[in-house]
Design a binder for this molecule. Structure first.
Ligand code: AMP
Ligand code: ZN
Ligand code: FE
Ligand code: FE
Length: 281
């Protein structure tokens, strides 16, 4: 079984519509795919409808931006009840803060180059969770940089004068809310240092005590040594070890299925969750 548990659609900062993403997942030879847009469940309906017609099973999820000790972390949440008021309230607040923050970043950039909020609106799907990748696409549209990667390296990285942070809920609160909503919380790319500061092992311990159920070990931004360390850490504590592509469509080099999760781990996720995997596949 080929199982990829981390992908993004145009409902956040990916470039495929949810339906299109499900078709591509079939073409990539996957049997199970998770849709995990940033801070939203708005892509669930389209993806669910698509897998009814495809040999594919869908794990509905989200990648929720959180903060722990001032460090920004991403939490993958699988198979939770989308009616959860606490989760939806936190994600709505994050999305509003992301919008304000992107406007501020564009305002700062526009003092030095020819880019405007209209350009961001032109590259983002209406209602999408706005992130730096959209600002990057606006800079590409304006011919200021050749691609998203260059935009990040040159202008949008965390130490850039144009970088602005945004509000995110506390990781411990999000973990509790995911569990209360019948979902399974897994820490995304825990050691991906290129994105900025990461948590240490004591922090991971604290999150595990708070209900964290797994770690995304196999991710392109982890070295073999980091994967080994995290695998051992998960094994010792009985946490689930996942692997995924973090596919964003044309915006990033990540390819569907480039890292995979075992069938055994998927079964454990399903056994812990209140919501079903959907699709006929
Ligand atoms: P934000 O949440 O708005 O701060 O943006 C972070 C998102 O940007 C991440 O979830 C990644 O999808 C994306 N990202 C981070 N670094 C890069 C990069 N070097 N190139 C392309 N996309 C990136
Ligand atoms: Zn993203
Ligand atoms: Fe992430
Ligand atoms: Fe992601």
């Amino acid at each position: 079984m080929r199982i990829d548990l981390h992908t993004h659609s145009v409902n956040s900062d990916g470039t495929d519509h949810p339906q299109e993403l499900m078709v591509r997942a079939v073409a990539a030879g996957l049997d199970v795919v998770a849709l995990t847009d940033h801070d939203t469940t708005s892509g669930w309906a389209g993806a669910t409808a698509a897998v009814e017609e495809l040999p594919m099973r869908l794990v509905r999820g989200a990648e929720i931006t959180c903060s722990h000790r001032g460090v920004s972390v991403h939490l993958l949440a699988y198979l939770f009840d989308p009616a959860s008021e606490s989760l939806q309230t936190m994600m709505t607040r994050s999305r509003h803060s992301r919008d304000d923050r992107a406007r501020t970043m564009v305002e700062l950039l526009s003092r030095d180059m020819d880019v405007s909020w209209e350009d961001v609106r032109a590259v983002a799907e209406p209602g999408a969770t706005i992130g730096r990748p959209h600002v990057a696409d606006a800079l590409v549209l304006r011919g200021i940089v050749p691609d998203r990667s260059a935009a990040f390296t040159e202008l949008l990285h965390q130490d850039s004068p144009y970088y602005v942070p945004y509000w995110a809920p506390a990781a411990i609160e999000v973990i509790a809310a995911v569990v209360a909503a019948g979902g399974v919380p897994v820490l995304a790319h825990p050691l991906a240092r290129a994105r900025g500061e990461v948590l240490d092992l004591a922090d991971f311990e604290r999150l595990a005590e708070s209900g964290l159920m797994g770690m995304e070990v196999d991710h392109r931004e982890h070295t073999p040594a980091q994967r080994k360390l995290l695998t051992q850490w998960c094994t010792e504590r009985g946490l689930l070890r996942t692997g995924s592509s973090d596919y964003h469509g044309a915006g990033k080099p990540n390819q569907l299925g480039e890292n995979l999760t075992s069938e055994e781990v998927l079964n454990q996720i399903v056994a812990c969750a209140s919501q079903p995997v959907v699709g006929r596949g």
